[in-house]
Ligand binder design. Structure first.
Ligand code: ADP
Length: 328
């Protein structure tokens, strides 16, 4: 700004106006120089240029918004197409699986390499089936039954199920699951599925070794009139000791089909986010490279009003919900 002013100083008759976008961020400068006459710009003209700069800020912001909406519609259409495709693929996949199982069951008539081939077919069909199932989960409207649920109880149950299939190098810390937090409005089964997704991701991020801490707490009401004001939100934190998430990955976490894993579907977080949003909540993420990540499921307490149903496009399939969270 100073350098610009210095340059303009030499001309004596220059006007420099800042162009501001949303959140008053400086987007550009509008520079108008007229060195033909002295005092080329009257105060009225300067005011006009300022108004022009404001308009330019609005236009810049609108065109950005337009691009965001276009991208969102594109992804929503893509999602619908993928769902249609998944639906078509599901039945033939079931037939292939059945046939391969029959072949495998004929046991003695197959030699070793034929049995190996049948095994490969079954394994790959299972994998495809999982991908197709995730696509359909993502595309289908939720069938969840919302009720008043104890977040700590759901976490405990999930951890018990997961603990039975865990390696001994992997620890699930459940020491912070208080029972005195308010009930949340959720579908227990779907919430369990979301937690399994988050914990599996955490485990994979740590290469199967380390500690994942799952905790529950009430989130204090912002601007609460008194400390006795009931909280509106309860949060479930899943914290890992993995490598953290690079900023370019953080931006795309919830985009359907985005994955950094060789055999990932990229649907775990997209599905989880949709399910949680349908309960009226959201998923927040904090991550520092080298210092692990925390995924937080924020749910409304059971006493909060029900969320308005949202259309598929409105759901913003492409948008990563990376909302700021209060310092811990
Ligand atoms: P998938 O697990 O099939 O890749 P997800 O939607 O669950 O699909 O995750 C998308 C991507 O988000 C992952 O591929 C990974 O790069 C990143 N991610 C998710 N959870 C974590 C985590 N706890 N730590 C680091 N990266 C993560």
């Amino acid at each position: 700004m100073l350098a610009t002013a210095e340059v303009l100083g030499a001309f004596k008759q220059g006007v420099c106006v800042g162009v501001y976008g949303e959140d008053h961020e400086l987007e550009a400068f509008l520079l108008v120089v007229d060195d033909r006459v002295r005092d080329a710009f009257s105060p009225d003209e300067i005011a006009l240029l300022e108004a022009l700069a404001t308009q330019m800020g609005v236009v810049i912001e609108n065109s950005r918004q337009h691009l965001r909406l276009q991208e969102r519609d594109r992804l929503a259409a893509l999602g619908q197409m993928a769902a249609g495709l998944a639906h078509e693929v599901k039945n033939p996949l079931g037939a292939i699986k059945g046939a391969a199982q029959l072949l495998g069951d004929s046991g003695g008539r197959l030699d070793a390499s034929e049995r190996e081939f049948v095994g490969i077919i079954l394994e790959e069909v299972e994998r495809l089936d999982r991908v197709v199932g995730s696509v359909l989960d993502y595309a289908r409207p939720s069938k969840g039954q919302l009720g008043a649920v104890s977040a700590s109880a759901v976490v405990r149950r999930t951890l018990t199920v997961l603990a039975s299939e865990r390696d001994k190098d992997f620890e699930l810390d459940s020491s912070d699951l208080p029972d005195d937090v308010p009930l949340v409005r959720a579908d227990a089964e779907q919430l369990r599925q979301v937690l399994i997704n988050l914990i599996r991701n955490a485990e994979q991020a740590m290469g199967g070794t380390g500690k994942v801490r799952v905790s529950v707490r009430a989130r204090e009401k912002v601007g609460a009139a008194s400390p006795n004001d009931p909280p509106e939100w309860v949060e479930i934190n899943v914290r890992d000791q993995g490598p953290g998430i690079a900023p370019h990955v953080l931006d795309k976490l919830f985009v359907p089909f985005f994955t950094t894993k060789p055999t990932g579907t990229g649907l775990g977080l997209a599905v989880s986010q949709r399910v949680v949003e349908e309960m009226g909540g959201r998923i927040e993420v904090t991550s520092h490279t080298g210092a692990g990540s925390t995924f937080t499921v924020v749910l409304p307490t059971a006493s909060e009003p029900l969320p308005q149903p949202r259309s598929a496009t409105e759901r913003g399939t492409a948008n990563a919900e990376l909302r700021p969270r209060p310092a811990e």
